[in-house]
Design a protein around this ligand. Structure first.
Ligand SMILES: [Zn+2]
Length: 280
C-alpha cells in the first residue's frame, strides 16, 4: 500500500480509536458514580444494625426492672399482710421498715422502668426512620444502577460498532505500526499521526533532525517522531523549508530551487502537497 493511503487510513483509524478509547474510559468510570451512594447505604445499614442491638439491650434491661419492681411490690404486700398478725412494738417497727424499704425500691424501679421505656420508644422511632431511609436509598440506587447499565450497554454497542469500522480499515496495515499507533493514541490524548511542519513535530513541538524531515517528505516508509513517537506526515510550512534543507544539503538557495522544481511540485495547491509530493 502506498504511504499516503496508509496515512489516510491512519487518520480515519485515529478518529475511530480515540472515540473508542473515550467510550471505554467512560464505561470504566460510570459505575464509580454509584460509589458515594453505596457508601451511604452501607453506613445506614450499619447504624440500623447498631440501633437494633441497642434496642435488644434496652429490652433486656426493661425486663429486669419489671421483675425487680414486681418483686418489690410483692415484698411490700407480704409485709403489709403480716401487719395483721404482729403483737409487739418491735415487730411493728421491723415490718414498717420493710414496707418503707420495699416502697422506696418500687419507686426507684418504676422510675428506671419509665426511663427504659422512653429509650425503647426513641429507638423504635429511629429504627423505623432508618428502615424507611434504607428502603428509599435502595430504591434510588436500583434505579440509578438500571440507568447506568443502560448507558454502559449503549456505549458498549457503540464500541462494538467502532470496532467493526476499525476491522474494515485494518487490512493492508502493518500490524507493528498499528500496535504502536494504538498505543500512542492511548497515551497521547488521541493523537497518533501528526504533521511535521518547518522541521517541527506538530505533536510535541520539538525541532527534528533535518534527515527526519527529508525522510518523512520522501514518503517511502512510516517515520515515527523520535521524541513523542507519533507517526509523522509531511506538511509544507508557510515560510517554506528553505533554511531546513539548506542545513541538510549544505547547498545554496539556487540548488534548493532546482531541487524543488525537479522533485517537488511546489506550485500545486497547498492542501494537496502531501499527495502530490508523493505522486512525484
Ligand atoms: Zn513529536
Amino acid at each position: 500500500m502506498v504511504v499516503e493511503d496508509v496515512f489516510e487510513k491512519l487518520q480515519s483509524l485515529q478518529d475511530i480509536l480515540s472515540e473508542k478509547i473515550g467510550l471505554e474510559r467512560d464505561i470504566g468510570e460510570i459505575p464509580k458514580l454509584l460509589d458515594t451512594q453505596e457508601e451511604l447505604l452501607a453506613r445506614l445499614k450499619k447504624s440500623f444494625i447498631e440501633k437494633n442491638q441497642d434496642y435488644e439491650k434496652a429490652k433486656l434491661s426493661e425486663g429486669d426492672f419489671r421483675n425487680l419492681l414486681a418483686q418489690a411490690e410483692s415484698d411490700r404486700e407480704k409485709a403489709e399482710k403480716n401487719m395483721d398478725s404482729i403483737s409487739t412494738q418491735r415487730e411493728y417497727e421491723a415490718l414498717d421498715k420493710e414496707i418503707r424499704d420495699a416502697a422506696e425500691k418500687e419507686q426507684q424501679y418504676r422510675k428506671e422502668l419509665l426511663r427504659e421505656e422512653r429509650v425503647l420508644s426513641d429507638l423504635d422511632e429511629q429504627i423505623k426512620q432508618s428502615e424507611s431511609l434504607i428502603e428509599q436509598q435502595e430504591k434510588d440506587l436500583e434505579e440509578r444502577r438500571a440507568g447506568i447499565e443502560a448507558e454502559v450497554s449503549e456505549k458498549k454497542a457503540q464500541v462494538a460498532a467502532l470496532e467493526g469500522e476499525e476491522q474494515s480499515l485494518i487490512p493492508g496495515l502493518d500490524p507493528e505500526v498499528l500496535f504502536k499507533f494504538e498505543r500512542i493514541i492511548r497515551n497521547k490524548g488521541g493523537q497518533g499521526i501528526v504533521a511535521i511542519k518547518g522541521g517541527v513535530c506538530m505533536g510535541c513541538h520539538m525541532i527534528l533532525p533535518a534527515q527526519f524531515a527529508n525522510l518523512v517528505r520522501k514518503q517511502e516508509e512510516i517515520v515515527f517522531c523520535p521524541y513523542c513517537s507519533r507517526i509523522l506526515f509531511y506538511e509544507e510550512s508557510e515560510q517554506g523549508d528553505e533554511e531546513f534543507f539548506n542545513n541538510e544539503d549544505a547547498g545554496s538557495l539556487a540548488d534548493l530551487d532546482d531541487m524543488d522544481d525537479d522533485e517537488y511540485d511546489e506550485d500545486e495547491e497547498e492542501e494537496e502537497k502531501v499527495n502530490i509530493d508523493y505522486e512525484e
